[in-house]
Design a protein. Structure first.
Length: 164
């Protein structure tokens, strides 16, 4: 019964976009439609000064990324960092924490798909240095029942792993 109520809450109350807030940086884990575009929109609108795209395929070159997402060279040079070390949500969080720790960042906007937000934010909270605020900025999607079912169980496993 508790499991069913939890799943219902998870599926019905998906997080939404954050709106017009400002943060020091925006973090975008790769993997879902619209994430990178949303991160670049935030950067272009002046709502953040820097962006880390974490989990980028090591084969991708910065110029290829810039061409695919129509990022001007000056914006790419000053403000967009590509992280190649992550392969999953947990390593996205670790890569992000290292990047944040090497800068004077006190606030982040996490941009990921709505169904992925809770787990990604939980992993990030576990690894970030103290004093860093994280704003959730979920990209709306239309997940299938199967996607929600799988992600809910990943969230439960991730939460349980933090308890031990």
């Amino acid at each position: 019964m508790l499991w069913a109520l939890g799943f219902l809450w998870f599926a019905v109350a998906l997080p939404g976009p954050a709106g017009d807030l400002h943060s020091d940086a925006v973090i975008v884990p790769t993997g879902g439609a619209g994430r990178i575009e949303r991160g670049l929109e935030i950067l272009r609108n002046g709502q953040a000064e820097a962006m880390l795209v974490t989990g980028v395929d090591p084969e991708v070159k910065p110029r290829e990324f810039a061409a695919q997402f129509d990022v001007p060279a000056d914006l790419m040079d000053c403000c967009v960092a590509l992280g190649f070390a992550a392969v999953d949500t947990r390593s996205n969080a670790s890569e992000t924490a290292r990047w944040v720790d090497s800068r004077e960042i006190k606030s982040l906007r996490l941009v990921t798909t709505d169904w992925h937000m809770r787990r990604a934010a939980g992993e990030l909270a576990r690894t970030l240095p103290g004093g860093v605020t994280v704003v959730w900025d979920a990209v709306p999607s239309h997940p299938s029942f199967g996607d929600l079912f799988l992600e809910y169980h990943k969230l439960l496993a991730s939460t349980a792993s933090r308890l031990w």
